[in-house]
Write a protein that binds this ligand. Structure first.
Ligand SMILES: [Zn+2]
Ligand SMILES: [Zn+2]
Length: 346
């Protein structure tokens, strides 16, 4: 099969012909239809997440069709369409696994980091960590739901029941969580790089109440702030924007250092917390909600061989929504709803 291989962090991915993976016990073998590109892939590529398996196939937002099952695997049949997220395996026994927080498992293995992922024509995955994909979504549209969507969802849930919610960094996660929050009747405020009129217009097209630069204050103090951009300086800015008792939730896996800030920004019972990974329950809840709420992914498709270009576009902020890699050999399946949203010109 063709795969894009990370040999050494800091270097571009290498296109290679490699042997097909084989489904082990409890695993399924998938023909990959689509795999979205996440900022976490950039953090691995750049060596900011320091312990990847090497060589590695990146990619943890995989939509694929089951081709075969390993010994003891019976959850899916050949031809079933499934999604594979970041959480690839947990121990099932530690205090976190035993208490509904498998996202914090000490021994967890992650797709596209500890395990080979979906920047390839085929992939294997533990069937217990795969999700059936609701019929309404087509392949490329479903892919960003599997991390951007469901990490965004967990981040929103960690904010409680905010009536007003600010989102810092209006990329793949934000454009999905903004739709979910809007659907739940919350007022959404979008913060982009200062002067990024295109991203602000994109946010407004999704129905947000207000869009502006991250150097601006919202017109009213917010109940909650979600920070998706990997920029530590946004944390004090987000704290400054929430009311007393408000919460700031950081949704990314890596962030530049948070600068010192006056205690007054935190005082007033404001809280600051992070979200790490996902649970299978998050995935099941979010995919059902996204289908019910009519969430639409804005995607830009790239051939698998152009993974480096997709990563560069993500890094430079040239994307609205999400980049999705599509292997040439695989005809992508259309969803029950018809044509997806696409970035103009793609
Ligand atoms: Zn565990
Ligand atoms: Zn991700």
């Amino acid at each position: 099969m063709k795969a894009m291989i990370l040999d050494v962090p800091g270097h571009p991915l290498r296109e290679a012909d490699v042997p097909d993976p084989v489904a082990g016990p409890g695993q399924v073998l998938l023909r990959v239809s689509a795999c979205a590109v996440c900022r976490t892939d950039l953090h691995v590529l750049d060596g900011e997440l320091t312990k990847p398996k090497l060589p590695l196939v990146l990619g943890h937002e995989i939509v694929g069709v089951v081709e075969a099952s390993g010994a003891g695997s019976s959850r899916f049949a050949p031809g079933d369409r499934v999604g594979v997220p970041w959480l690839g395996w947990t121990c099932g026994q530690c205090r976190h696994c035993a208490s509904g927080s498998e996202n914090l498992c000490h021994l967890a293995r992650f797709t596209g980091y500890d395990l080979d992922g979906g920047f390839a024509e085929k992939a294997v995955a533990d069937e217990r960590f795969c999700f059936p994909i609701p019929e309404v979504f087509d392949d490329v549209e479903a892919a960003p739901l599997l991390c951007a969507g469901l990490i965004g969802y967990r981040t929103l849930r960690m904010a409680g029941e905010p009536r007003s919610v600010g989102i810092w960094g209006f990329g793949a996660a934000a454009h999905l969580v903004a739709q979910v929050a809007g659907c739940e009747g919350r007022e959404v405020f979008a913060f982009t790089r200062p002067g990024d009129a295109a991203s602000q217009a994109f946010a407004r097209s999704l129905g947000v109440a207000w869009a502006g630069g991250s150097d601006e204050l919202p017109p009213v103090p917010l109940d909650a702030a979600l920070v998706f951009a990997p920029v530590g300086a946004l944390v004090p800015a987000a704290l400054r924007s929430v009311r007393k008792g408000g919460v700031v939730v950081c949704g990314g896996i890596h962030m530049s250092d948070i600068p010192a800030f006056p205690y007054a920004l935190l005082w007033g019972e404001r809280s600051l917390r992070s979200v790490a990974n996902l649970t299978r329950k998050d995935g099941e809840e979010f995919l059902a909600l996204a289908a019910r709420a009519g969430v639409r992914s804005q995607i830009r498709p790239y051939p698998l061989a152009e993974a480096n270009e997709a990563l560069a576009d993500l890094r430079a902020g040239r994307l609205e929504g999400a980049a999705v890699l599509v292997p040439a050999a695989t005809p992508a399946r259309e969803g029950a709803r018809g044509r997806r949203r696409r970035t103009p010109g793609s």
